[in-house]
Design a protein around this ligand. Sequence first.
Ligand code: CA
Ligand code: CA
Length: 252
Amino acid sequence: MRSTKYFRRALPAALSLAAVLACAPAALAADPQPGNHWLLDETGGDQAADSAAGRTATLHNGPVFGPGRSGNALTFDGIDDFAASDAVDVRTDGSFTVSAWVNLATANFGLSTAVSVDGEHTSRFRLGYIMDDDNNQLGAWSFRAAESDSDRPVVTKAAESVLPAETGTWVFLVGVHDAAAKRLWLYVNGTRVGDGTLNTEWQPAGGVRIGGALAAGAPAEPWPGSVDDVRLYPGVLDKDQISALYRSFPQP
Ligand SMILES: [Ca+2]
Ligand SMILES: [Ca+2]
């Protein structure tokens, strides 16, 4: 009798274990892992480690580590500072997601790029800020992609916020490219704010560039301010995943 009782009592426990195991794949899918991740938590030196894949970025022309949004961050002079790796592990000729905390110290006219990936002539994408004479006279957060690796590429569609950008405060920017849908999306502080259509895919040969972009084969669009916690993800992070990612950073 005792052994029967034992098995009767054990059965619900076994079922609940099975239920936990059945839930495990969903939990993993909701927690995507970046292919590259620069925490920018160093306290000095001229290198920034990639905690996901070891693609160390080298600092150029004097960016400095200091207090950031999550641990330390890199601050750029907006003149010639940037950090760059030789390569990245996330392909960008298909779906991808890029995220970064940015703090814009000065709202300059034109493009200011916080994160990009180098082609030979231009950046594959640009995540940052724009002020222009057309639709962004007050300034806007910006995610755009070049349709080809050329000196004067067509940037046919860009995803840009219509809200005036804030300066001197930390903002969480996420750019998503859904290749199947041919869409670019921009998220600001976890909320989708803009979208555009990207028709042409190409794979850049270079690495990440933090604090600027590449235009006509030369460094361009220097970021005046700080950048923290840069991530590249393979594939599309959906709005729930991006909201969760945003909320995963404790309030300062
Ligand atoms: Ca400098
Ligand atoms: Ca950091």
